[in-house]
Design a binder for this molecule. Structure first.
Ligand SMILES: [Fe+2]
Length: 449
């Protein structure tokens, strides 16, 4: 608690206090104690505790919440609002090494409040808190839907508030994705109804029958997420290596990846290809690692041989990443991102539709970011100027469809231009005096004598 702002402390105390009052009200009234099915309550509390603890060991945060929802809502049907509050409160004892006491108390309190509120709605809509009767199962559906419709948003709000007041607002899911978030969690909540429904026939084994496949599916998903993270880390490391070659191009790969993704989304690319184009944007210039630094840093015009070394970087890039099989279609983007619509690009001189779609997208994103970033030889150009330059090159250098798509995407989502680069002290960082991506200032080449 120490170090938290006063309003965060007030909020935490209010939630924990409210839960304690609810529990006191639930347990203290002797008439309420009488009807509670203590054996079911104990099994449900254990089940809830396992759901709260096990997924965390798998390091799948979302599963920790969603599977707990199932157990908490099963408790609403089987042991009513008071029982659901008691079950929720057991989150305090979840096996999460290192979880501070105040977080445990808040978790337990918010689950207790959600459980009680959901149970209250369930009973208000005519639901009976007891072992469901198979013949009367239909009558459970509406009250249960009401309970889930209260439990899920209330849980979201209570947690969102604590994140905001404790300065972790960035962890609150964005409003844009809120509907999707709610629908998926309501989906998990329905497993609670299945557990309750099966409880009448197979007792507590119903929880194993329903939750085991869920755990396995979430575990598999967790493995997938971990794999994607390691891919992202690999790509980021390669990008950093490229960007050490020129202080002024820091962040270029990431921004090209972002802009490429915006174009791809605008033309309706599917999620798998979207991921691949983002990787391609990150790695498009990885071949610069194979270009001699003295060529990249040379002041003044290049010889034809030196320029040829720069023109080789897409091929070098392909050679460097060829062994990374998850890059897949990204290879084409890396290899051909300097082709031009009129066939005057490199390395193959492809024209129009011959140029792979990924490369046509990256070409636009690459040139745009180059123009809107500071370079050692000029300041960043405003977004409108860079856009006009892209339109000027549409049909000759750039694919007009991609230019239009990017214009639309920037109109809709805006573009955050990089911060001004403060020139690094000499010898403190690598810098170059030319940028092969800048369409407004082509590299000067002089014939060799
Ligand atoms: Fe390039």
């Amino acid at each position: 608690m120490r170090g938290l702002p006063w309003f965060a402390k007030v909020y935490l105390v209010a939630v924990i206090g409210a839960a304690c009052a609810l529990l006191g009200y639930s347990v203290a009234g002797s008439d309420r104690l009488e009807w509670l099915d203590w054996s079911n309550l104990l099994v449900l509390a254990l089940l809830f505790l396992v759901c709260e603890s096990v997924p965390t060991l798998l390091n799948v945060k979302q599963a920790a919440v969603s599977v707990s929802f199932s157990a908490a809502l099963a408790a609403v049907v089987l042991v009513g609002p008071q029982g659901a509050a008691l079950v929720g409160m057991t989150a305090v004892f979840s096996v999460r090494p290192g979880l501070p006491l105040v977080k445990r108390l808040f978790n337990g309190a918010q689950f207790a409040i959600c459980g009680y509120a959901a149970g209250w709605v369930y009973e208000s809509l005519g639901g009976k808190a007891r072992l469901p009767d198979i013949a009367g199962f239909d009558a459970l559906i509406v009250p249960f839907a009401g309970a889930a419709a209260v439990f899920v948003p209330l849980n979201f709000v209570l947690i969102a508030i604590v994140l905001v007041v404790t300065g972790q607002a960035d962890q609150v899911p964005p409003l844009r994705g809120l509907a999707q978030f709610m629908v998926s969690y309501l989906g998990y909540a329905t497993f609670g109804l299945l557990i309750a429904g099966l409880w009448a026939t197979v007792n507590s084994i119903s929880a194993v029958l329903v939750l085991l496949p869920l755990f396995v599916a979430r575990w598999a998903f967790g493995q997938y997420v971990a794999q994607q993270r390691s891919y992202d880390a690999t790509i980021a490391a390669l990008c950093q290596a490229v960007e050490t070659k020129d202080y002024y191009t820091r962040g270029h790969c990431t921004r090209v990846s972002l802009a490429s993704g915006m174009i791809a989304q605008e033309i309706g690319m599917g999620s798998e290809r979207l991921r691949a184009i983002r990787y391609a944007g990150m790695l498009h210039d990885v071949g610069k690692l194979g270009v001699p630094t003295k060529v990249l840093q040379k002041d003044g015009p290049l010889t034809e041989e030196e320029y040829a070394a720069i023109q080789l970087h897409p091929m070098r890039g392909l050679e460097i990443v060829r062994g990374i099989d998850f890059l897949d279609e990204a290879f084409a983007g890396i290899m051909h991102h300097h082709e031009r619509q009129d066939g005057k690009g490199y390395p193959m001189g492809l024209a129009g539709e011959e140029i792979p779609e990924f490369a046509r997208i990256i070409a636009v994103a690459d040139a745009f970011d180059s123009m809107t970033s500071d370079r050692s030889y000029r300041g960043a150009r405003p977004v409108e100027v860079a856009m006009a330059e892209l339109r000027k090159g549409a049909g000759t250098q750039f694919d007009p469809e991609m230019v239009v798509a990017f214009t639309r995407a920037v109109d809709r989502h805006g573009w955050e231009a990089p911060r001004k680069v403060v020139a690094p002290p000499e010898d403190a960082a690598e810098t170059t005096t030319k940028d092969h991506d800048d369409p407004t200032m082509p590299i000067q080449v002089v014939p060799e004598r």
